[in-house]
Design a protein around this ligand. Structure first.
Ligand code: ADP
Length: 508
């Protein structure tokens, strides 16, 4: 009997393949970055062919490093950067254009027009999302309008859409030779095209965007014993392995953090931050700027919904200190620099580089550093950057408490930035609740492995998965209430100053 479960994690900056054992421990992993293509201000693209090649390589290398072969894998899960849009020709496997990445703001005119033409409410109600550049629907529309011949090809059935899960799945299952064109409910819930109640593509929404249904993948539960398909025995696997789990990265992290009960939440700190609160089988419609989304669906059970607060720039602001300002050499250096000062010295940094996502949804915002005086140093900038990560998370937590009435007792965290001890301490201070990080930091890949493993009976149920979760570190709040409140008021004033900066359509 195969001993392990594998997971492809196709992320924004890299692709990894991880192999887990029955206790949810990492057995092997390989990871490769791919190119960030930035053709113009606000545009962010990836090369889908490069992503597929990287996927191949990381699977082969992780198996090799673990001394394993494909026949040691009981099942494979796929998790992915969500919303990023690939359109390809299923006859050849050739993409019609680069992947348009979730952060890309070229569809701001499309998003603004949806609101202006009165479609905002129906999209919010049916899809649970505000019209924004972030989601796939506008990106598909842009491609249909801007790539020569694409609309005709789509109408003739020669162009299909997928997020990177579907792209990787189609290629793993044979590509032009019988590749399976499918996705799961969580990825589909990020397109503005899926109805959250029926869990199917919605004709009214498709009509608003002018997208032919024939372009879209079949929607499966996130964990599916019927399997999305079997990975072919050709490259990169030497044996057919069933692919039985697919879910978007933040949904996978929710599963990996075993947030299976209503009221449980996790916050992932990567390029951006994504706080997801399980609301159970109840579809909670946000009045406070959060997204309503499908947390996950295990076959045979109803979908579990979530409220999500997506923040575009958190760890990316640390990268900006490193790559643009060059005041640190590596991302972890931000901690030492921030520790060189006692506090933020009156400085607030709002890294609204691509506008503000939750809970503001303002594409007209741009970044600002406010409160500067001559006294300030690079240390204050580093400290204000870490604080910005935490204050943006507080904005989302406040919105979540308003929408759901749930008060967090503890915040479960994961992602690259959680290696920063000071940042996590500030997070506990700013929220006034403890912050807790698990032993297995790779919760996204783990969640995809859980979804795949549950489907084939490798794990029996979610209670068994709960027993794997172990805390590695906890930060307790230390600030006095007065400091907590004053700091947050100043942060809100700083946010105000970033609004109304860009005229929509600038940069086209
Ligand atoms: P993603 O999956 O979005 O690529 P990761 O979870 O791998 O993100 O985290 C990478 C992000 O974390 C980068 O933006 C990087 O700047 C940030 N980061 C990594 N280590 C640290 C650290 N010690 N302190 C602050 N930020 C960090």
């Amino acid at each position: 009997m195969p001993e392990f479960v594998g997971a492809v994690d196709q992320g924004t900056t890299s692709t990894r393949f991880m192999i887990f054992d029955h206790s949810g421990n990492e057995v092997a992993k390989h990871q490769l970055e791919h190119q960030q293509i930035l053709p113009r201000s606000g545009w962010v693209e990836h090369d889908p062919v490069e992503i597929w090649e990287r996927t191949n390589t990381v699977i082969q290398n992780a198996l090799r490093d673990g001394g394993l072969s494909a026949s040691d894998l009981r099942a494979i899960g796929i998790t992915n950067q969500r919303e990023t849009t690939v359109v390809w020709d299923p006859r050849s496997g050739r993409p019609y254009y680069n992947a348009i990445v979730w952060q890309d703001t070229r569809t701001d005119r499309i998003a603004a027009a949806l609101e202006r033409d009165g479609h905002g409410d129906v999209i919010r109600h049916k899809a649970g999302l505000p019209p924004a550049t972030y989601f796939s629907g506008g990106k598909i529309k842009w491609l249909l309008e801007n790539v020569d011949g694409l609309r005709e090809a789509a109408e003739a059935g020669h162009a299909v859409f997928g997020n990177t899960d579907a792209w990787v799945l189609w290629n793993l299952t044979g590509g032009p030779n019988g590749g399976v064109h499918a996705t799961d409910v969580t990825n589909a819930s990020r397109t503005m095209l899926m109805n959250l109640e029926t869990l199917d593509w919605d004709d009214e929404l498709l009509g608003i965007f002018g997208i032919p249904r024939s372009m879209l993948p079949a929607i499966h539960p996130s964990s599916d014993p019927e399997a999305f398909g079997a990975a072919r025995t050709s490259r990169p696997l030497s044996a057919a392995v069933p692919i039985t789990g697919v879910l978007g990265d933040q949904h996978a992290a929710t599963v990996g953090q075993v947030c299976f009960s209503p009221g449980e939440a996790k916050n992932t700190y990567g390029t951006g931050n994504f706080l997801v609160l399980n609301t159970g089988e109840e579809l909670v419609r946000s009045r406070s700027g959060l997204l309503t989304t499908v947390a996950y669906q295990f076959a045979g059970s109803p979908a579990v919904y979530a409220l999500e607060g997506s923040i575009a720039v958190t760890g990316a602001a640390v990268q900006w200190l490193r790559d643009q300002l060059k005041i640190i050499g590596t991302a972890p250096d931000s901690e030492q620099l921030a520790r060189s000062v006692e506090d933020n010295g009156g400085m607030y940094f709002v890294p609204a580089f691509s506008g503000l996502f939750a809970p503001y949804w303002r594409s007209d915002a741009r970044g600002a550093i406010v409160g500067l005086s001559r006294y300030n140093t690079g240390g204050h900038i580093a400290r204000a950057t870490l604080e910005a990560i935490c204050y943006q998370s507080r904005d989302v937590v406040e919105a979540m408490e308003k929408d759901s009435g749930v008060h967090l007792d503890v915040l479960k965290v994961d992602g690259g930035v959680t290696a920063n001890d000071l940042c996590m301490q500030i997070q506990a201070d700013v929220l006034g609740v403890p912050v807790s990080r698990p032993v297995v930091a790779e919760t996204t890949a783990l969640g995809a492995a859980y979804a795949a493993g549950l489907a084939v009976g490798y794990w029996s149920d979610t209670d068994e998965l709960r027993t794997h979760w172990q805390e590695s570190k906890r930060w307790e709040p230390q600030w006095e209430e007065e400091r907590r409140q004053e700091g947050y008021q100043d942060w809100k004033r700083a946010v105000e100053r970033t609004l109304d900066w860009v005229r929509v359509g600038d940069g086209d």
